[in-house]
Write a protein that binds this ligand. Structure first.
Ligand SMILES: O=P(O)(O)O[C@H]1O[C@H](CO)[C@@H](O)[C@H]1O
Ligand SMILES: O=c1cc[nH]c(=O)[nH]1
Length: 234
């Protein structure tokens, strides 16, 4: 047990999928894992451990935003020995070629500052995904024939944005999509020599203002979870 995770030693797998929404953790565990067992519910942050194709996997909610993810990922790595950490999240598209339901692989994540910012001082650190995971996820996504993109994403501190000028500059410089956690995940994985990737489903579009209806989210999210699991054990 840690400050925020109630799992007993050994109850967390080395491979951890990380949705922001704890209910997505429950849905993904029920849908994809065999013999899934609830291993954490402290603060309602549900986590399940089970197996996928015979391999042990934990699916653990992170909450929204980098400060929340940072707490869970620190404890998952330092106290439970997580080795491969893949975020399975929703994101808003920032480019016209990125469509609703497409999957975006975050090759790198720009940010106005992660909870780790204080250690970098004047350095503009570039949080980056694990190349092996990225390559395997790309191949898994291509095999599905879905809309698939790999590139830079933006990990924002806010959902309700007050800086359209900043969005314009990111769009101009090729940022594909916005979400709220990957940059800190990548930074922590680098610090502790672990593997990390963000696999994201586009749930809304910043340019067209379309949004995925709630009842269509589940089926769209299934591709993302499958890609994450396939990449983890490639
Ligand atoms: O769907 P999740 O994984 O929560 O991810 C996105 O959705 C939340 C905002 O609605 C933020 O956490 C953002 O990163
Ligand atoms: O952070 C997020 C997540 C989904 N959609 C957005 O517009 N922003």
């Amino acid at each position: 047990m840690t400050f925020h995770i109630g799992a007993k030693p050994g109850e967390i797998a080395e491979t951890v999928l990380l949705p922001g929404d704890p209910y997505r953790a429950r849905w993904a565990a029920q849908t994809f894992l065999k013999d899934a067992v609830l291993v954490n519910e402290v603060r309602g942050m549900l986590a399940y451990t089970g197996t996928w194709k015979g391999q042990r996997v934990t699916i653990h909610g992170t909450g929204m935003g980098m400060p929340s993810l940072s707490i869970y990922v620190n404890e998952l790595i330092r106290d439970y020995g997580a080795q491969t950490l893949i975020r399975i999240g929703s994101a808003g598209a920032m480019q016209p070629q990125v469509k609703l339901r497409d999957v975006v692989l975050g090759m790198s994540a720009c940010t106005a500052g992660t909870p780790s910012r204080t250690i970098f001082k004047e350095l503009h650190y570039a949080p980056t995904a694990d190349f092996g995971l990225l390559k395997a996820a790309w191949e898994a996504g291509q095999a599905k024939g879905i809309g698939l993109h790999a590139g830079q994403i933006f990990s924002s501190d806010t959902f309700y944005d007050e800086r359209p000028d900043l969005n314009e500059q990111m769009q101009r410089h090729g940022v594909l999509a916005v979400e709220m956690e990957a940059a800190e995940l990548y930074t922590l994985a680098a610090r502790y020599q672990r593997r990390a990737l963000a696999v994201l489903t586009i749930s809304d579009h910043l340019l067209t203002h379309e949004a995925l209806p709630a009842d269509q989210r589940e089926t769209s999210f299934a591709d993302m979870v499958d890609i994450a699991l396939t990449a983890a054990f490639a």
